[in-house]
Design a protein around this ligand. Structure first.
Ligand code: ES4
Ligand code: ZN
Length: 326
């Protein structure tokens, strides 16, 4: 069958997308020029050539550097619209977008500038493309619990427009339990909860995300497959995993796409979804991720339809909104 056309034709939602990771080198240059910032790269090609990573930290170092060009509300609005334009071209109907407020507030950009810009982009995407979206505030796990609490406080005026909290950045050495109290506080404020777990970290971090953070989804979750009791728990609970194939390849979480665990996840009855993570850095948006993993591990049309369906039933849309989009 025509894989590209089949994937393009599936209605899809994206559940694991860092908006700062959708900053393409072309827009990075434009924003640098607009804001009078000198980039340490001579050209778009030189930026792309620097995107060779051997692990998560290699990537994070360059990703936080790139985010430095984002200064104004308009910058965040433009960033969001550039992403939604790509999602629309891929047949995406809904997105739940991560943002990292600490990356910006720590360099003097107010929380309101970030949030107002992103929310304006989300409203425009709804008007122009009919794409719905939700915002998930991620805490940077390499920073301390106190900084996460300060971020939750800064978000207070926006909590009616923020759907949930997440946990991202350097995983190993920063277990979910470090953020147990701030996740509890977020839950008490009515926020849903997700956490990156089992990307580079061990299965124990996935157990902790479930039992101590009480998350509603697991982001990545790859290393869950090392623990049969854990995969049984995830399957029984119908826990959604937001899997990111091209990210896993670029960050050397898998050595080759033929070794990607997605097919095994589906065969174990896990509720997996396909997502792009940081598409500007990892070489492809939503459909490219579907196609790459489908070719790598040999997914059937039924598998692809299951993955696309899971992206809606695993989303934070209510049942009526899911039914309208399926
Ligand atoms: C991330 Cl791939 C990945 N893992 C953890 N944190 C992140 N932040 C942005 N992309
Ligand atoms: Zn991620």
């Amino acid at each position: 069958f025509d894989l590209d056309a089949f994937v393009a034709g599936l209605p899809k939602a994206e559940l694991h997308l860092h908006i700062e990771g959708s900053l393409e080198p072309e827009l990075m240059f434009e924003l640098a020029r607009r804001n009078g910032i000198t980039l340490p790269f001579a050209s778009v090609e030189a930026i792309r050539a620097a995107y060779a990573f051997s692990n998560l930290q290699d990537f994070l170092d360059i990703y936080y550097q790139g985010a430095g060009v984002l200064q104004t509300e308009r910058d965040f609005h433009d960033l969001a619209m550039a992403y939604f334009t790509r999602l629309n071209a891929d047949g995406g109907r809904h997105a739940e977008i991560f943002f990292d407020p600490q990356t910006h507030t720590d360099r003097g950009i107010p929380f309101s500038v970030v949030a107002d810009g992103l929310l304006a982009g989300m409203a425009q995407a709804e008007r122009e493309f009919g794409i719905s979206s939700k915002l998930i505030l991620c805490f940077l796990r390499h920073l301390d619990e106190e900084a996460a609490f300060a971020t939750l406080k800064a978000a207070e005026p926006y909590l009616n427009r923020i759907t949930g909290v997440g946990l991202d950045s350097s995983e190993v050495g920063h277990p979910p339990a470090k953020f147990e109290r701030v996740f509890k506080a977020a839950g008490e404020r009515g926020l849903l909860k997700v956490a990156h777990a089992g990307e580079e970290g061990p299965p124990e971090y996935v157990w902790e995300a479930l039992d101590r953070l009480r998350v509603d989804r697991i982001d990545h979750g790859n290393r869950s497959l090392e623990d049969a009791a854990l995969t049984a728990r995830l399957a029984a609970q119908e826990m959604t995993l937001t899997v990111c194939p091209l990210s896993n390849l670029k960050l050397c979480v898998v050595n080759d796409m033929t070794a990607h665990p997605l097919k095994r996840m589906l065969d174990l009855g896990l509720k997996a979804t396909v997502n792009s993570d940081d598409p500007a850095y990892f070489g492809g948006y939503l459909n490219a991720n579907f196609v790459a993993v489908a070719k790598g591990v040999g997914l059937s049309r039924a598998d692809l339809a299951t993955l696309a369906r899971n992206s809606f039933t695993g989303s934070f849309l209510d049942e009526e909104q899911v039914a309208l989009r399926l």
